[in-house]
Design a binder for this molecule. Structure first.
Ligand SMILES: [Zn+2]
Ligand SMILES: [Zn+2]
Length: 346
């Protein structure tokens, strides 16, 4: 089969590998759509390390079951499925309490152990494979993982009527959190980001107030939007090297709740004096686990199946597997291409 192999940084090569075969308890999937994630891009922007072992990336994927391994009974050949990419140990205190996202032994599909979705075929443990609801396309289903991140963020910092919710970041995670806050009943949602394309999308899709951080002062804009109070809830969905923790505290209302979702590659500084005197709460949110015994990935999938969330407008670009390098170039340069979610269709 053809697979995109990631050697670190921008070194992505299309190679021919042996077709994978499902081990006991595994499902063999023909990949139909795989999203490029912000975490993939952090790796893309990083300097390539020498002698890095290549891996097949891609953890936001849908496809069709081709075969199942011995003892796997949940799925049959032909099933349309979506893959949850985190494989927990199911044996540590975190797993046993439902917080398997912070399992110390967590394995990621698309990492070293399991090849991911930037390939024609992949295998996954059957527990990680969910049936796509009728009416959810392969392309839309590929965003389930992003919505699961948003479900977990709102589990960590719930939103309710009365809240003015500011989302820092207009990438896929920021926009899905904004959508989720909207259906959770927020009084008003604002999205802070750049460029204008994704901000316009936020306005059209969910009536969010767009705040371009390049052309306006974000603190002043949030003050104007909240009648001088500040955002009661702030979600941060940028990560990388962006100084967004400090920015979140500057736009939050007194006693505001801040949820840090983006994956930062640097340590952040914060004016703790101002945060203390205004009694801000700061929470971090990572991936997704179980809420009240139910997997947040399933909650996200159910919301898509029920038609509560439409991911289609977020899909701005599509490429074949052969065009994997173009796909990453477009996803990485959001300002030039106004890209939000870029899909690879193997
Ligand atoms: Zn992702
Ligand atoms: Zn565990």
């Amino acid at each position: 089969m053809k697979a995109a192999r990631f050697y670190g940084g921008k070194d992505i090569r299309l190679e021919t590998l042996l077709d994978p075969a499902p081990s006991p308890g595994q499902v063999l999937i023909q990949v139909r759509a795989t999203g490029i994630c912000g975490s993939d891009l952090h790796g893309y922007h990083a300097k390539a390390r020498e002698a890095q072992r290549p891996r097949t990336g891609g953890h936001e994927l849908t496809g069709q079951v081709v075969a199942v391994g011995a003892g796997a009974t949940k799925h049959r050949a032909g099933d349309r499925v979506v893959v949850e990419p985190t494989v927990p140990c199911n044996d540590c205190p975190e797993c046993l309490s439902g917080n398997y996202n912070i399992c110390a032994n967590l394995i990621h599909i698309g990492g070293a152990a399991f090849g991911g979705g930037f390939a024609e075929y992949m295998v996954a443990p059957e527990d990680n494979v969910y049936t796509l609801p009728n009416g959810v396309s392969f392309e839309a289903g590929a965003l389930t993982e992003v919505y699961a991140v948003a479900v977990h963020a709102l589990s960590m910092v719930p939103v309710q009527p009365g809240d003015f919710v500011a989302v820092i970041g207009s990438g896929p995670v920021g926009l899905t959190i904004a959508q989720m806050a909207n259906i959770a009943g927020a009084t008003s949602v604002a999205v802070l980001g750049k460029p204008d394309g994704p901000l316009q999308l936020a306005q059209e899709m969910m009536g969010a107030v767009p705040i371009n951080v390049d052309t306006t002062d974000p603190v002043e804009a949030v003050q104007a939007w909240t009648h001088g109070r500040g955002a009661t809830v702030v979600f941060e969905a940028v990560g990388g090297a962006a100084p967004t923790l400090q920015q979140a505290t500057e736009i939050a209302a007194k006693r505001g709740r801040i949820c840090m979702v983006g994956g930062h590659t640097v340590s952040l500084t914060l004016n703790t004096r101002a945060a203390r005197s205004r009694e801000l709460s700061i929470t971090w949110s990572f991936c997704y686990g179980r809420r009240d015994g139910k997997r947040e990935f399933q909650i996200a999938l159910d919301l898509l199946g029920a038609g509560k969330l439409d991911p289609t407008p977020l899909i701005t670009h599509r490429f074949s597997l052969n065009e994997i390098n173009e796909a990453f170039a477009v996803a990485a340069d959001r300002e030039r291409y106004n890209s939000v979610k870029v899909l690879v269709l193997p």
